[in-house]
Write a protein that binds this ligand. Structure first.
Ligand code: AMP
Ligand code: MG
Length: 347
């Protein structure tokens, strides 16, 4: 299959209309959102949705998020809408918030990985919203990467993973947030975060008064099966082996410095991703800044792109200096720990 690459200039360009039509015809279109690039298909067309799983190599029990452009699109997709859901989405849509609700009969089982619930979000990105509006159908869109790889935050990342496997890639430049949406289960009495993301627990608590974290998120040693099926897989990973290093930053720097020298002696190429304020302490030319220790949203915006760059540079091992799990730091550390497959070193 030839993948058509569209450089977005305006929604009036003929290629953009072509991409919206392609969605209506059951084809796959990758497009930018504020979180990461999504791989879109008609959420109500089982065959179209099946082709997402094939293109990504995604396990069929890992459900997709359905993207909408207008609150009116929500009603037909769900069994009912409770007042708390209205409150929450009124505050954070469009935005990096996904709500899990009881699904209606029109949502096919493939879209929800066989669950009787459906995950829905309204993205905060003009290209995504315009594309959904033009196609005029709800769009199932997981991240536009091969399953298990770091999520794509540039159109080039999408091409790296999916060129030749999908019909269109719409290039809208870098994604602002850089990590995926917060997934919140709204089917029970208390809102429960299944996957942390751009909307923090305290932002949800502010609106609803109460929010819980799924047990699988509370303690890395916890062996509970996550309710969000996608969270059970090793995920977001570069080809290199990832290690999280946590502790006082001088100890982290000393430990990592020694480790990188040892690796080098064994013929391995290692790098450390660390806060820009601490880079000098590593005293190495293979220390790369992921942003400021004071601003986890900078780390969110950079981390997946840095993982991919390490792959391009043929890096064998990546040490990542841990950041605080405050605010969006919770989501950032969730992705890094997943990429590390649980290899966390406390120094
Ligand atoms: P992705 O689109 O690749 O960012 O992945 C979507 C995430 O949403 C995965 O972690 C899924 O497990 C989660 N998700 C989607 N639908 C549901 C659902 N009905 N219940 C719980 N989690 C869901
Ligand atoms: Mg994904």
């Amino acid at each position: 299959m030839q993948t058509k690459y569209i450089k977005y200039e305006s929604s009036d360009i003929p290629e953009f209309n072509e991409a919206a039509k392609a969605l209506q015809q059951g084809k796959l279109v990758a497009f930018p959102t504020e979180t990461v690039y999504g791989l879109g298909a008609d959420a109500l067309n089982s065959d179209a949705v099946k082709s997402i799983y094939i293109a990504k190599g995604r396990p069929s029990d890992n459900p997709l998020i359905v993207h909408i452009s207008d609150i009116e699109m929500l009603k037909p997709l769900v069994a009912k809408i409770k007042p708390d859901v209205v409150k929450l989405v009124s505050e954070y849509w469009p935005g990096p918030l996904t709500v899990v609700l009881q699904k209606s009969d029109i949502v096919p089982d493939v879209t929800t990985g066989g669950l009787d619930t459906v995950a829905i979000r309204m993205p905060d990105h003009p290209i995504a919203l315009e594309l959904i509006r033009k196609a005029n159908i709800p769009i199932a869109a997981p991240s536009a990467n091969r399953s298990g790889r770091p999520s794509p935050t540039l159109a080039e990342h999408v091409a790296e993973d999916l060129d030749g496997r999908i019909s269109y890639i719409i290039d809208g430049g870098p994604c602002r947030v850089g990590i995926e949406s917060t997934v919140v289960d709204m089917t029970g009495d208390t809102a429960t975060i299944l996957r942390p993301g751009g909307i923090t627990p305290s932002m949800i608590e502010k609106v609803l008064g109460k929010v819980e974290l799924d047990k699988s998120l509370m303690d890395k040693k916890n062996v509970e099966i996550p309710k969000s099926p996608g969270m059970k897989y090793r995920h977001y990973s570069p080809k290199a082996d990832v290690f999280v290093v946590t502790g006082f930053h001088e100890d982290v720097a000393n430990w990592t410095k020694n480790k990188i020298i040892q690796d080098k002696n064994m013929g391995k190429k290692s790098v450390v991703l660390a806060a820009k304020e601490h880079i000098e302490q590593f005293g190495l030319n293979n220390a790369i800044s992921y942003g400021s220790v004071k601003d986890a949203s900078e780390v969110a915006a950079n981390i997946f792109s840095l993982f991919r760059k390490c792959d391009q540079d043929g890096v064998d091992k990546i040490y990542v200096e841990a950041i605080s799990k405050e605010g969006i730091g919770l989501a950032v550390m969730n992705r890094i720990e997943k990429a590390a497959g649980g290899k966390i070193i406390e120094v």
